[in-house]
Design a protein around this ligand. Structure first.
Ligand SMILES: [Mg+2]
Length: 372
């Protein structure tokens, strides 16, 4: 007998954080607001999902919870949870935008599919091409010296990649910080992420000054909408240019490839709207010769387990990931086990489904509101 979705539980949570994060926009200082999704089936399976919206990318935890409780709930109830592509299409048809809400549901469906099959999700996506994913830690503490100390400690623990949030201090300060970090962690690859922070007319001058530092990449120097400038930078600089806010999904990846906007792209489940959509975007990038990177908004261990499952099975997602949040930024997550970061690498979960279990007490402690 076909299994059916019996219940959708939507839990809005606020999680305290252990270190402040400043990104030039949408600074996070006290807590992170997320939405945890549980999908229960008639056959007694439960899938876990998580939405981690960040307002500069279009949504908040409250708008996401409302989207889940409204149009998305109507698509799900009584549907066959195994028909993941059909449900993803149904959600996109029922509700424009809201990729975070759709991603949370889709990862719960994959969790159910894996648990039913007794296989980790990566086995359902083609199998492993990597068992570990290089971790990048972001230098984004408003207290730069605190981050330098942290970078040294991380480097001693095996972290070999750091990403500095640039573009919200002066260009001179950014240069000084990048050089300082290079001295502190001489073995590491250093990257810069402007989070759209440069005005198009000044971007070429500022980025040319960074070009001699040998950075791994320069991420999204100019705002979304200024892709002609992004393309000019990608053509002019020796340093690879990464698109993030300019590319959410496969359609925009195709435009990026056609317009040569960038050399590489940050792929996020929360931008694409799910595992399938992230893989479609990555497939377009692969065809265009652009490797991709596992970027984040404010995900905890459930959403990042889903993202790790995708990267584990996707050869072109080769630039590592920034999945440090649940282990190092959240004071406590809602998963039973700590997120598997070991010596500078994320270890892909191997248990059936997403490979994560919920800590019910932690979820209850962080709950702000529950629906369904
Ligand atoms: Mg970014």
């Amino acid at each position: 007998m076909t299994d059916r979705i019996a219940r959708l539980r939507i839990t809005r949570i606020d999680s305290a954080i252990a270190m402040a994060r400043a990104h030039g926009s949408g600074t996070i200082a006290a807590h992170v607001a997320r939405v945890i999704v549980r999908i229960d089936t008639d056959h007694g399976l439960t899938g876990l999902g998580e939405a981690a919206p960040w307002a500069p990318f279009g949504n908040t935890a409250d708008t996401t919870a409302a989207a889940l409780d409204g149009p998305i709930r109507q698509v799900l109830i009584a549907a066959d949870p195994a028909r993941i592509s059909a449900i993803a299409g149904g959600m996109a048809h029922a509700l424009a935008g809201h990729p975070e809400a759709r991603a949370a549901v889709e990862m719960a469906l994959w969790d159910i599919a894996g648990k039913r099959a007794g296989l980790p999700v990566h086995a359902l996506l083609g199998g492993l091409v990597r068992e570990t994913i290089r971790l990048s830690f972001s230098i984004a503490d408003p207290d730069f010296n605190a981050d330098l100390d942290r970078a040294m400690a991380f480097a001693n623990d095996g972290v070999r990649t750091f990403k500095v949030k640039t573009g919200f201090a002066s260009a001179a300060t950014d240069l000084e910080r990048l050089r300082h970090l290079r001295e502190v962690v001489p073995e590491a690859e250093i990257r810069a992420d402007f989070n759209q922070g440069l005005a198009p007319h000044e971007a070429m001058r500022v980025c040319r000054a960074l070009d001699e530092l040998g950075l791994g990449f320069i991420e999204q120097p100019v705002p979304r909408g200024h892709e002609a400038t992004l393309a000019a930078l990608a053509a002019a600089l020796a340093t690879p240019v990464m698109a993030d806010e300019s590319v959410y999904n496969a359609n925009e990846m195709l435009a990026c490839a056609r317009g040569a906007w960038a050399d590489c792209v940050s792929v996020k489940l929360m931008k694409a709207g799910g595992l399938l959509a992230a893989r479609e975007a990555d497939a377009v990038a692969a065809a265009a010769g652009m490797p991709t990177y596992g970027g984040t908004l404010w995900e905890g261990g459930i959403a990042l387990a889903a993202a790790a499952q995708v990267i584990a099975a996707s050869p072109n997602m080769s630039l590592g990931c920034e999945f440090y949040m649940p282990r190092f930024v959240l004071a406590r997550d809602v998963t039973a086990e700590p997120f598997p970061v070991i010596h500078g690498a994320v270890h892909v979960p191997m248990a059936p489904g997403l490979g994560v279990a919920l800590d019910e007490a932690a979820l209850a402690a962080d709950t702000v509101a529950e629906r369904g």
